[in-house]
Design a protein around this ligand. Structure first.
Ligand code: FAD
Length: 508
């Protein structure tokens, strides 16, 4: 039968079984659509990275001899509507059958199911052949449990995929080296250059400008450096193994103004668009380490593998277990709006101006910037999770709802009331100061709790606990914070200071 196969922008799986054989009766359809550029204002680099990677993928398929119909955003006949486009292709090409890969977003899953129902030909969905687990695996694994403990899932994955294992036991006798993953970076000379792929993207930029696509963040001609093909992605992976893995675990949580990427891999976009598979990344890293055990400690490797084999896969499972309800959760009933400076980076708090500034400039921040600087502040300030989600979903190169919302609303904002995390990730300035140099030369003092120049994190932290007492005090992992709070001599002063800051978040 004549078959039309849809490929979405995050389904650039070069190794999908669809492409094993050339088949003249199959046409692949790829679409640049306004529904994708507009469901949230995205970072300009994110839109460019998606379109460029899609175009490269389409070219690759064509050179492999596949029939591809690629529709650019500004192409004549692009109605910008997924259903209309599919229907018109089916009709024009007299297709007998429509196939698509299971999408990772709830929104598209719903839309494609509906489209399939409305089409007059047989429709079929197939696996995207990317993840290590099925959509339902995590839900089944934790059946009947309130909290879904990542660590137990992760250990199962290590066993199931025989990663860092010595028979039935973890290699070197330990499942988790998280405790050695917590150093601040003291020596600049350890830093390595990232593997960048600078390229000219004037054509796409012009097209987006002409179409008046609303974007955020920056991109000047020379600064676009993300890997946008499988080949480039493999180079980033190989660079990571050779130059960054050696310190990955140690400085995973480090915060510094010296470098935006530190020892992080910059692989999230390549992974989330499926140009790389999680299993190949994990196996490549394990194999590299096995050949370099005298130089690289297992803690560096385990720390990295846990992120992909554990967290990434787990978050996807949480998403399918808890959507669509997850998107409306607001455990603390937070209602405030994001301060204006989230869109400019112009705040006197250096940790935030640096982390937000970097995000707007590069469409990238590493995990601890996202969690313990930006997310920490948003939670302490009581920002509505919808606002926080929108920001994260727009700003990062790797932000796709399944992995953005579980991290933001779940892990970072605790809006799920403790499905993903066992307690909220909040801290005073003490933690931020300990992990790096953000507090040096800041307009606020990290040691000061009240009065002129007191770091807002210090009073907002206790205000957060006080105002959420009813919801948190009985949590055994948190009770301690309340005992400390109630013993504080300047408690009233602290709470008043926080009230002042909350009244004028824009001015911080
Ligand atoms: P590395 O530090 O090199 O880690 C390697 C890989 O592990 C990443 O590429 C990623 O695929 C995976 N990984 C690491 N942590 C996580 C995690 N918590 N959940 C899922 N995968 C993980 N990641 C996204 O891919 N998209 C998002 O939209 C996203 N939003 C986030 C929002 C918040 C509030 C937080 C705290 C984290 C978010 N993360 C998100 C997770 C993580 O911060 C990024 O994956 C990571 O910073 C990407 O940079 P990297 O590739 O250099 O990562």
């Amino acid at each position: 039968p004549k078959t039309l196969r849809l490929i979405l922008g995050d389904q650039l799986n070069y190794q999908h079984s669809w492409f094993e054989e050339k088949d003249a009766s199959v046409t692949y359809l790829m679409l640049e659509l306004r529904q994708e550029t507009d469901y949230v204002p995205h970072h300009i680099q994110k839109v460019v990275a998606f379109f460029l990677s899609m175009r490269n993928f389409a070219e690759h398929l064509k050179t492999q001899g596949h029939k591809v119909n690629y529709v650019q955003l500004d192409q004549e006949g692009n109605s910008q509507d997924l259903e209309k486009m599919i229907k018109s292709f089916v009709k024009k090409g007299s297709f007998d059958q429509f196939e698509y890969q299971l999408p990772d977003e709830y929104r598209l899953d719903k839309q494609l199911k509906l489209i399939s129902k409305n089409l007059s030909i047989p429709c079929r969905s197939v696996d995207s052949e990317h993840f290590l687990t099925e959509r339902e695996f995590v839900e089944d694994f934790f059946k009947g449990k309130k909290t879904f403990l990542m660590e137990s899932f992760y250990r199962q994955m290590r066993k199931d995929f025989n990663v860092l294992m010595d028979g039935k036991e973890p290699l070197q006798g330990k499942w988790n080296f998280d405790h050695s993953n917590r150093s601040a970076l003291k020596d600049k000379r350890l830093l390595r250059k990232p593997k960048l792929h600078p390229k000219k993207v004037a054509d796409i930029l012009k097209m987006l400008e002409k179409a008046k696509v609303k974007t955020i963040g920056q991109l000047d001609e020379e600064s676009f450096t993300w890997p946008c093909s499988r080949e480039e992605s493999l180079e980033v992976l190989s660079h990571f193994c050779k130059h960054l893995l050696v310190h990955f675990g140690d400085y995973q949580d480090a915060l510094t103004t010296w470098d935006p990427f530190l020892f992080h891999s910059r692989l999230s976009f390549a992974l989330n668009t499926k140009m790389l598979s999680p299993l190949e990344v994990v196996q490549e890293v394990e194999t590299y380490w096995k050949g370099h055990q005298d130089e690289i400690h297992i803690s560096q490797v385990e720390g990295f593998i846990r992120q992909i084999l554990g967290w990434r896969e787990y978050m996807r499972g949480i998403y399918w277990a808890k959507m669509p309800d997850f998107a409306n959760m607001n455990f603390f009933d937070n209602q405030r709006k994001l301060p204006e400076w989230f869109w400019t980076g112009e705040t006197k708090m250096k940790c935030l101006s640096h982390s937000i500034g970097q995000s707007l400039e590069l469409a990238y921040a590493h995990h601890i910037q996202r969690l313990m600087v930006i997310g920490n502040f948003a939670l302490l300030a009581g920002i509505h999770p919808d606002e926080v989600d929108q920001w994260y979903l727009g700003v990062y190169i790797d932000a796709i709802e399944w992995v953005e919302i579980t991290n933001t609303r779940g892990m970072s904002q605790f809006a799920d009331g403790g499905i993903v995390g066992t307690k909220p990730y909040v801290s005073t300035a003490n933690y931020i100061h300990k992990m790096g140099n953000y507090c040096t030369h800041c307009a606020y003092s990290h040691t000061k709790k009240v009065g002129e120049g007191a770091c807002p994190f210090n009073s907002l932290y206790w205000h957060f606990y006080e105002r959420n007492r009813e919801k948190l005090e009985n949590n055994p992992r948190i009770g301690m914070a309340y005992r400390t709070l109630d013993k504080l001599k300047n408690k009233e002063e602290l709470l008043k200071q926080a009230e002042e800051y909350l009244k004028s978040l824009d001015a911080l």
